[in-house]
Design a protein around this ligand. Structure first.
Ligand code: CTP
Length: 408
């Protein structure tokens, strides 16, 4: 479990909605990620979940109304927001959205939202029936909320507690935690489209066998997450891995190198950045069998014939426009002389940035050490978990895009 919210003081507001049942899970997850959580509930929320439960999972007394005598100065709306790093309303009902839009201040939660200092961000996780969400009045309010700089987390689409299906479901606790963590990251890739390949490829020999490698996809998935956190629109073209899709990332699943190549080439136009993290098989079996291969009586093994796969990164690099898009980033795993081989490989591939790691022992590990090679030389990113490195890499890419934008 990452401690990405360590030291963050979060005011978690609950309003009336059946999604309150997810709020206890959310609160627990925030605490586990290092946050200190102060829960404030509207009267309606207390019909769905008990304040005792929220107190137990947050470890702090829960506040319900502005007349609460526990605050010595009787100013809960001021005291709870000064020093807060963010306010998250989850679930946020249609009615509470209306109140936020109108600056209502007739209960503690709406009062503290109005009274929050400008620098304290307010995020809301809408939760309501699909018809309520689609209602023009709600949509008008949502547009106004966004215009006021309030950030919406979700809602999601799916089955609803009322038995109907559609938009309006509150995001799951882990998705809300990811959104909150993302909200604290620098938006160095805001407005950028980023395509990433990740994982291994699988080259069939017959319908049940194939050739693959030990890439777990962890680094590519961490980079996809970090790029999304940094504000990018992210497409992840993934070989077969058993990892969950990072929240908010568009994922295209492929099996073979050829499929990965085709998926990338079909979507690469208009991308600002391409990052090839996948461990693409260099060869495919050209005489793969349609039927399962049988052992032969004489014990002769099958005679497999190979052909070399297209280099996806090179194909993308060949499409780079005069203005330099997409900015191509390659990965290289070397077992020795990383510094010499890395610089040479960057030149050979004709790309502006190459990320070297000492592989293949990094495959499947949670930690890594990487070296970035660019036209100025190389920089070492000290050993860290893959998400930390991914965020550093994204920040380095962001810096280089910034310089590039100034030049073009
Ligand atoms: N790559 C690719 N398509 C391939 C092969 C590699 O896009 N068919 C990309 C990888 O995603 C990675 C980089 O190219 O970004 C790795 O380059 P490669 O030349 O395969 O490196 P090594 O495997 O280290 O090669 P070599 O065996 O030449 O050391």
């Amino acid at each position: 479990m990452s401690m990405d919210l360590k030291g963050k003081r979060i005011v978690l507001g609950l309003t009336g909605g059946v999604a309150c049942y997810k709020a206890a899970e959310l609160c627990r997850a925030l605490v586990k990620h290092g946050a200190s959580v102060q829960v404030v509930m509207t009267e309606a929320a207390t019909h769905f979940i008990g304040a005792v439960t929220m107190q137990a999972v947050s470890g702090n007394p829960v506040y319900l109304d502005q007349w609460d005598a526990r605050m010595a100065n009787n100013m809960a709306h001021i005291d709870l927001t000064r020093g807060a790093d963010a306010i998250l309303i989850a679930p946020c009902s249609a009615d509470f959205i209306r109140k936020l839009v109108h600056g209502a201040a007739d209960d503690l939660l709406s009062l503290l939202c109005v009274a929050r200092p400008r620098h304290v961000p307010l995020h809301v996780a809408p939760a309501m029936n699909v018809e309520m969400w689609d209602n023009p009045a709600t949509q008008r309010n949502v547009t106004q909320l966004r215009a006021d700089g309030i950030c919406l987390f979700g809602p999601g689409r799916g089955a609803q507690a009322c038995g109907e299906t559609g938009m309006g479901r509150m995001l799951e606790a882990d998705e809300l935690v990811d959104e909150l963590i993302a909200s604290f990251q620098q938006k160095v890739l805001a407005g950028r489209r980023v395509m990433i390949t990740a994982g291994p490829t699988f080259e069939p020999i017959d319908p049940v066998r194939g050739i693959t490698n030990l890439s777990s996809g962890k680094m590519g998935y961490a980079i996809a997450r970090a790029a999304r956190e940094a504000g990018a629109d992210v497409t992840l073209v993934s070989g077969p891995v058993s990892l969950p899709t990072p929240h908010g990332v568009r994922r295209i699943d492929v099996l073979t190198a050829q499929q990965m190549h085709d998926a990338v080439m079909a979507g690469v136009t208009g991308q600002h950045v391409f990052i090839g993290v996948a461990a693409v098989a260099d060869w495919r079996v050209v005489n793969a069998s349609d039927q399962k291969l049988k052992k032969t009586p004489d014990g002769a093994p099958p005679a497999l014939e190979f052909a070399q796969n297209a280099d996806i990164l090179a194909s993308v690099a060949a499409t780079v426009s005069l203005s330099g898009w997409p900015y191509c980033v390659g990965f290289a795993a070397e077992s020795e002389q990383l510094e010499t081989y890395g610089a040479a490989k960057r030149e050979k591939k004709g790309i502006p940035l190459l990320v070297g790691n000492i592989g293949p022992q990094t495959f499947g590990q949670d930690d890594n050490t990487i070296i970035l090679f660019d036209e100025h030389g190389h920089v070492l990113l000290e050993r860290a978990d893959k998400l930390t490195l991914a965020r550093q890499l994204v920040s380095e890419i962001g810096k280089r895009l910034e310089q590039r934008s100034l030049l073009t």
